[in-house]
Write a protein that binds this ligand. Structure first.
Ligand code: CUA
Length: 337
């Protein structure tokens, strides 16, 4: 018995040392980005607890196995049978009840954290987020702004109302910790209160097709006064010339997700040098790109398919864009020689 207690004491000490080393190792190889939202602490405390538990159980298993293999190995020349062990009811109850209690407690903590990060705030500012293959668009209904950069005032509780135009995407800014899917046909909500100014990157966290990896957007968290200046600048934009307006619309509509501006191949024909070019269609006939062809290709993109491309362009741009906006995009394409 005395000898058993000695083994137990040694193993207990080794498990603790192993757990501490493992925890330090995990935290250093998997560092969390600087927390930058009010919601981050709820997530981080769960994360730290999980890392500690993972380290403890890893150490517990590895130390027991290695200790048993080394200390209780059959010595050279020992041909005797091993000791007969029937079982240990106390031990079995202990190793069932303790993990069960831990799992129930983790469930409780997870529910509590979820409640904290989804908690409605008194003076929320609503921003509408649209995700599509493969870009993001942000609308500020109060200010009447549409932007491709998500600009947020520091310290202001934000409620993001998110929609997808095609497949499932996922909104994730690692520094803010919280993450939410965008599901076609649903409006999903995410709450963020930014606590640190600076630039961040929004990335899509759901595999959503060819350019999923490039579905990024810039995020700027500004001091409230700078934010007000940004709003004033956005809302005072005077009438742009058609080609410049077209460039802006193409950007907010995400046209360049499929149509490059530099001649590089993508899901759709490049816009570089498109106007006036002779295109060979899938049926072998040719067409010279003029205004009528471009207009038709925007309104009814499957009418003429250029050889080598698939008919995958959305067919609802006639509903989303006004006549003037389509004209502006055509004017923009004309400038891309
Ligand atoms: Cu959108 Cu991945």
């Amino acid at each position: 018995m005395n000898k058993n207690m000695r083994h137990f004491a040694i193993v207990a000490v080794l498990v603790l040392i192993g757990a501490v080393i493992m925890n330090k190792l995990l935290i250093s190889v998997l560092p969390l980005p600087t927390p930058s939202s009010a919601q981050a602490e709820s997530v981080d405390s769960l994360f730290r607890l999980h890392m500690a538990l993972i380290s403890l159980f890893f150490s517990l298993i590895v130390v027991f196995v290695v200790y048993a293999i080394v200390i209780f190995r059959a010595r050279k020349g020992d041909e005797s049978d091993g000791e007969y062990i029937h079982g240990n009811t106390t031990l079995e109850i202990v190793w069932t009840v303790i993990p069960l209690a831990i799992v129930i407690y983790l469930g409780f903590l997870g529910t509590k954290a979820l409640g904290e990060v989804t908690q409605a705030q008194p003076n929320e500012k609503v921003i509408q987020v649209t995700g599509f293959q493969w870009d993001w668009r942000f609308e500020y209904p109060e200010e009447g702004i549409t932007s491709t950069t998500l600009v947020l005032p520091k310290g202001q509780p934000i409620r993001l109302e998110m929609q997808s135009e095609d497949v499932i995407h996922s909104f994730f800014i690692p520094e803010f910790r919280v993450k939410q899917d965008l599901v076609p046909g649903h409006v999903t909500t995410l709450r963020i209160t930014p606590t640190r100014t600076g630039g961040f990157v929004l990335r899509c966290a759901e595999l959503c097709g060819l350019s999923h990896a490039y579905m990024l957007a810039d995020v700027q968290v500004l001091e409230p006064a700078e934010y007000d200046a940004w709003v004033a600048e956005q809302t005072s934009q005077t009438e742009l010339p058609p080609a410049e307006l077209g460039a802006k619309i193409a950007e907010t509509q995400g046209c360049q997700g499929c149509h490059s501006l530099d001649g590089s191949p993508s899901a759709g024909p490049t816009w570089k040098g498109l106007f006036g070019r002779e295109e060979t269609l899938a049926d072998g006939s040719t067409v010279v790109v003029d205004e009528d062809y471009l207009r038709e290709s925007i309104l009814d993109p499957h009418a003429k398919i250029v050889e080598g491309f698939q008919p995958i362009m959305p067919t609802d741009y006639g509903e989303k864009l006004s006549d003037e906006e389509i004209t502006a995009i055509i004017e923009f394409i004309k400038t891309l020689e």
